[in-house]
Ligand binder design. Structure first.
Ligand code: ATP
Ligand code: MG
Length: 401
């Protein structure tokens, strides 16, 4: 019997030695979660060095492929014939059937690429290539061989069963979410932070997020924009717990007591402190920001020293050395750009000084913060205690709960 399946190839998780199964299991789970949105009855199984996805009778092929293309860790998606009886005569016949079904007897150049991971199989890989080439030439009079630049690269892989395929659809690469710890993203409504979250998540890190708003100075619409951005990246990252923090009173206290030109830096330091609180609460190992050297006054190297100084967790800044255009390119690719450029106010920008410090001195900043001593701890605590938790991008399983 032969049936069809998707053969999923992965790249980096192949080199993880003894922990490999952790990555493979995470990848299987992430693929299964995505496919559950397409139809019931997909079966995702771990094979040696590959993942095999068996599909139900009725499903939307394009939708299934599109979902799998959003799973980090997927390198290539190969729709394949799976041939259980890999004895030579059957393999030759079924491989021909596959070619006939996909291409018919139309003019094509081809090359066979064989791989035999079952070493007990009696024919070596080079021999399979040569023999299968002949089988195809015999059956398809319009076909010819081109070993350098073939139109059809026909893969024949012998494992416990045989797999025949010629199409490889690119996945996003990276590592499956859940394989590499947990981090808290400072998500604003801008272009950079959604991209930063996407990039870290692509390395297999589970993401939660925190957003600071300042009602009534920032609007509900500005908040909704951030929720929308979280939803857009959750297509890749999986569900995100978004903490919406009311930052107004902390911000007003800073405005009231501290030098205006230091406002942004001091505000950023309080954001990091509060974000770190939620990071520890959610057992995160890092914070993530969309900071990039020199982009604005609060992102000069000296400003980053001041912001970083309040953090005890590592801060991942994946776009730190990116040009704006490079960040925009990724934002467009992951579909966040159009939402990010909607013109709604951010709490960082509403009270911003005309001439903010660009080279803050850490000691001076600390001195300025002492002016807040009287009530800042209480205000920070209230901001933390009154956070609104919004979960975006829930899996189907959760939706039914
Ligand atoms: P972005 O495009 O991500 O908004 P930006 O260029 O506007 O970045 P800043 O406003 O200086 O830069 O913010 C730097 C980083 O601080 C952001 O990338 C984000 O990680 C975090 N941040 C800024 N404002 C907020 C906010 N209101 N809520 C949560 N995080 C924020
Ligand atoms: Mg911003």
């Amino acid at each position: 019997m032969n049936y069809r399946a998707f053969l999923i190839k992965y790249a980096e998780i192949g080199i993880k030695g003894k922990n490999r199964y952790v990555f493979e299991d995470a990848l299987c789970d992430r693929i299964a979660e995505k496919l559950a949105k397409v139809a019931e009855g997909f079966d995702v199984v771990r094979e040696q060095g590959r993942i095999e996805v068996n599909y139900p009778e009725n499903y939307d092929y394009d939708e299934a492929v599109s979902q799998m293309q959003k799973v980090f860790g997927v390198w290539e998606i190969c729709p394949a014939y799976v041939i259980e009886d890999a004895s030579w005569d059957n393999l030759a016949k079924k491989t021909g059937d596959y070619v006939e079904e996909r291409y018919g007897n139309t003019k094509h150049t081809f090359k066979v690429e064989a791989r035999r991971s079952d070493k007990s199989y009696p024919i070596t890989s080079p021999q399979i290539c040569a023999d299968m080439g002949e089988v195809i030439l015999k059956r398809f009079s319009e076909f010819s061989v081109d070993v350098h630049n073939p139109e059809i690269l026909l893969y024949v892989e012998i494992r416990n069963m045989a797999y025949v395929y010629s199409e490889s659809i690119k996945g996003p690469g990276g590592m499956p979410v859940g394989a590499n710890g947990h981090a808290m993203l400072l998500l604003s409504g801008g272009i950079d932070s959604p991209v930063a979250g996407y990039m870290v998540s692509k390395r297999g890190v589970t993401i939660d997020a925190v957003y600071f708003h300042a009602p009534p100075y920032t609007s509900e619409r500005a908040k909704q924009k951030v929720i929308d951005l979280a939803k857009l990246i959750s297509v890749y990252t999986g569900p995100i717990k978004l903490h919406v923090v009311n930052f107004t009173d902390v911000q007003l206290a800073i405005i009231d007591k501290c030098p205006r030109d230091e406002l942004t830096i001091i505000m950023r330091r309080y954001m990091m402190r509060i974000a770190e609180h939620f990071a520890y609460e959610n057992k995160c190992q890092a914070l993530i920001t969309g900071e990039s050297i020199g982009q604005v006054a609060s992102q000069t190297p000296q400003s980053l020293v001041a912001t970083n100084a309040v953090c005890t967790l590592p801060v991942y800044r994946p776009v730190i050395a990116f040009d704006k255009q490079d960040i925009v390119d990724i934002a467009e690719k992951i579909n966040t750009y159009e939402t990010s450029i909607q013109p709604y106010e951010d709490c960082c920008t509403i009270f911003v000084a005309k001439h903010p410090v660009t080279k803050p001195n850490l000691n001076i900043i600390k001195k300025s913060e002492e002016l807040l001593t009287e009530k800042i701890d209480e205000l920070v605590q209230t901001a933390i205690d009154t956070d609104e938790l919004i979960i975006v991008g829930k899996h189907k399983k959760h939706e039914e709960d």
